[in-house]
Design a protein around this ligand. Structure first.
Ligand code: FAD
Ligand code: DHB
Length: 391
């Protein structure tokens, strides 16, 4: 088999890259370890930055998002028992879109297949080779267990944090920067009406909670928990009780309970790989970097990476120039580090740390008070949250 670009992974990064390349007349094949149903059902991020929404709309992927997504003009920060609104629309002129990552994935898979694209689901034993030459290839077993080799001009490593691409680069060629946080998020999906018109990020003495949404009838809520939390110890009753407790104070928003349809624990880490390229292997999305979820940057970074990567590949196939591809890593790492800083800062400001002193706690509250009462403070949060222009 041959393709101009071989893509490992059918998450948001790999799928959107394949779509953008197709629009530029470049053919790609995606090799994915999981089934289509698994990829389409994996519940993860839920907020699209302004620039991500624009990109999906401009490239013909926005039809269902525009119909079913929820446009939010801001968020609430709740602390000291009170909610404070940050009005992104007023502060930046931009809004965000609440639309589940798995809905984006469904939309792109449908578009790729309708356009005759190839996504090899259920592949196994995936490995990459010769990516330090001009003839790299991807080896794998197809869904029938047959050994296959896909030769290509470039490999895009879009296979997430636990994928094979990043670890295939020879030792010493990449530098890793990371931080592990001493807590995790217990996330649920519930069939219930929303607790509020927009998302609530809640700082409490019991720990952080996030009240997000998926649709008028389905809500996504998160509770700060320990990294080794045993999900079996969290009955539905205990989850609702804890969510209620983390909304208490003045005028508590009315949390209406419903049926919990999904529960899971997500670890929190910050991680960056530099550079995001080795020879003809380009890393994009979670394969190259991870942010803690506070701030909703993960999927948006994946989209921004592949927008830059597809522009570089387009230039190469148009006039043979490697100039944009050679600059890919430095270009996207600028945005990556901004998102790393923002996500680390939101995480540090909003969570309860076990080793925190009373003084540290007071500093967190003072920072929240500053951010919500100062125009400059709230504008800085808003500008980072809605995201920077994709260039
Ligand atoms: P992924 O979505 O991870 O896609 C990688 C793809 O590669 C997958 O389909 C995988 O099956 C495939 N793959 C892996 N290994 C191989 C292999 N060897 N061969 C072939 N294919 C392979 N972000 C937020 O902003 N908010 C959230 O609430 C949030 N929750 C999250 C919860 C979890 C459990 C996780 C893991 C991430 C979460 N994120 C969240 C982060 C966000 O979902 C990611 O940033 C986003 O999925 C990145 O997209 P991606 O395409 O780079 O990687
Ligand atoms: C969601 C996740 C986030 O990390 C966040 O900051 C906002 C929303 C979500 O899954 O809906």
């Amino acid at each position: 088999m041959h393709a101009q670009v071989g893509i490992v992974g059918a998450g948001p990064a790999g799928l959107i890259l394949s779509h953008l390349l197709h629009r530029a007349g470049i053919e790609s094949v995606i090799v994915e370890a999981r089934s289509r149903a698994y990829c389409e059902g994996r519940i993860r991020a839920g907020v699209l930055e302004h620039g991500s929404v624009d990109l999906l709309n401009a490239t013909g992927l926005g039809e269902r998002m525009t119909r079913e997504g929820l446009v939010h003009r801001g968020i609430y920060l709740r602390f000291g028992g009170r909610s404070h609104h940050i009005d992104f629309a007023e502060l930046t002129g931009k809004t965000i879109m609440v639309y589940g990552q798995h809905e984006v994935v469904k939309d792109v898979i449908a578009a790729r297949l309708a356009a005759g694209g190839t996504i090899l689901f259920d592949s196994s034993d995936v490995s990459i080779e010769r990516f330090d030459t001009a003839q790299p290839s991807i080896r794998f077993r197809d869904a029938n267990g047959e050994a296959q080799r896909l030769s290509c001009d470039f490999i895009a490593g879009c296979d997430g944090f636990h994928g094979v691409c990043r670890p295939s680069v020879p030792a010493g060629e990449l530098t890793f920067f990371d931080r592990i946080y001493p807590f995790a998020w217990l996330g649920i999906l519930a069939d219930a009406p929303p607790v509020c018109d927009e998302l609530i990020y809640s700082h409490t003495d019991r720990g952080f909670a996030l009240f997000s949404q998926r649709s008028p009838a389905v809500q996504r809520y998160y509770l700060q928990c320990t990294p080794d939390e045993d999900i079996d110890e969290w009955s539905d009753t205990r989850i609702w009780h804890e969510l209620q407790a983390r909304l208490q104070g003045e005028d508590p928003p009315e949390l209406i309970e419903g049926v919990i349809t999904q529960k899971g624990v997500t670890a929190m880490r910050s991680f960056v790989t530099e550079p995001m390229q080795y020879g003809r292997l380009f890393l994009a999305g979670d394969s190259a970097h991870i942010v803690p979820p506070t701030g909703a940057k993960g999927m948006n970074l994946a989209i921004a990476d592949v927008a830059a990567l597809s522009a570089g590949l387009e230039r190469y196939y148009r006039d043979g120039s490697m100039s944009l591809l050679d600059g890919y890593s430095a270009h996207v790492l600028n945005r990556v580090w901004r998102a790393e800083r923002f996500s680390w800062w939101m995480t540090s400001m909003l969570h309860r740390f076990d080793d925190q002193s009373a003084f540290d706690r007071k500093l967190q509250l003072s920072e929240l008070e500053y951010i919500t009462s100062s125009h400059a403070g709230s504008q800085s949060l808003a500008e980072n949250y809605v995201g920077f222009a994709m260039t």
